[in-house]
Design a protein. Structure first.
Length: 337
């Protein structure tokens, strides 16, 4: 066989190509994915604790190939800023309440329609079933990957500097709500004066009386120490909201499938465990908050729902969500209109 210069060059090019493929394969197997997960809750909150636990398990099970650091307390930005960051990929993972995600995906607040759910069993049956699947399908249409298990943000209650026992006592009250169209509409329909403020500014807004009250679940009221700047709590349970665990689609897809499976398994399991933590905490916290000076009342919720029906709140949101979505909601919670 005659060896020519062309043959030698061809053989050399082939060898380089094989080496390059081999190097790419090795890099893919040894790559380390250093990702961030942001959350607006403090380090004492069950969401932060379970996120950290899932991150540690994921790092151990992937042999350090997936290293996810948890950033609590809005360290990386406000809720609305972080939503933009996770979409762009500057933050890879984010836990975000549905009522805030609704600024991008309106259907994410479908489960937070006023006074829709009565208890936790009804919530988990719906959110792990058809209603949750329906909401996730809408979230997936954006540049986001959403995990199957929604985390618990709890039933929301009203704290204030005066007692609230009837809808009439909310009239003209400046109440902080998240940057949420649904909650703004809910409190406007109850004749209050809702004011959207990011969570990391809430304590100071209450302390300086920029607003007179706020609404949040017990774990948030406790871990954010809102009892220091509020005197009364009306246990209205006016909305249930969850934290969706979101990921940037490109960042998540960059991880090999086998490692994706480990991330998904650990973080979904953490979400289920956090639900149990949150429910138990909520059951215990009333006594603890009362000992810290918060005065509780239990308004009759039927009168609040009646005001919402009369004001056209339910009809308005049925029209906004659409017939298909409203059918999904009422299949889970019963007739609202």
């Amino acid at each position: 066989m005659q060896i020519t210069r062309r043959t030698v060059l061809k053989a050399a090019a082939s060898a380089v190509g094989i080496a390059a493929v081999g190097a790419t394969s090795v890099r893919a197997q040894t790559a380390v994915f250093n990702y961030k997960v942001a959350t607006n809750v403090p380090v004492t909150h069950p969401i932060y604790i379970r996120l950290s636990e899932a991150a540690e398990k994921t790092k151990a099970e992937t042999g350090g190939k997936v290293d996810i650091r948890v950033f609590p307390n809005g360290q990386l930005g406000s809720d609305t800023d972080l939503l933009s960051q996770v979409r762009s990929g500057s933050v890879e993972f984010l836990t975000l309440p549905g009522v805030i995600l609704a600024n991008l995906v309106p259907m994410a607040s479908l489960n937070s329609v006023g006074f829709a759910f009565h208890d936790y069993p009804a919530v988990w049956k719906a959110m792990d079933g058809d209603l949750g699947k329906y909401i996730r399908s809408h979230i997936e249409k954006t540049n986001l990957h959403v995990f199957d298990k929604v985390w618990d943000n709890g039933f929301r209650h009203i704290t204030s500097n005066k007692p609230i026992n009837t809808p009439a006592e909310l009239a003209n009250m400046k109440i902080r709500v998240p940057v949420s169209p649904l909650l703004l509409s809910l409190f406007k329909s109850l004749k209050a004066a809702p004011t959207p403020i990011n969570f990391n500014e809430l304590y100071s807004a209450l302390q300086t009386r920029i607003v007179d009250g706020q609404e949040n679940p017990f774990p948030i009221i406790t871990t954010a120490k809102l009892y220091e700047v509020q005197k009364y709590c009306a246990m209205t349970s006016h909305a249930w909201d969850g934290y969706w665990l979101l990921a940037n689609k490109r960042s998540f897809a960059a991880v090999p499938v086998a490692l994706q499976d480990i991330i998904t398994r650990n973080f979904n399991a953490a979400g289920v465990n956090q639900r149990a933590d949150s429910e138990k905490m909520a059951a215990d916290l009333q006594q603890e908050l009362a000992a810290k000076g918060l005065i509780f009342s239990k308004p009759a919720t039927a009168q609040f729902r009646q005001v919402l029906q009369q004001s056209g709140f339910y009809k308005e949101w049925k029209n906004k969500f659409g017939e298909e979505a409203w059918t999904q909601l009422e299949a889970a919670v019963g007739k609202l209109v």
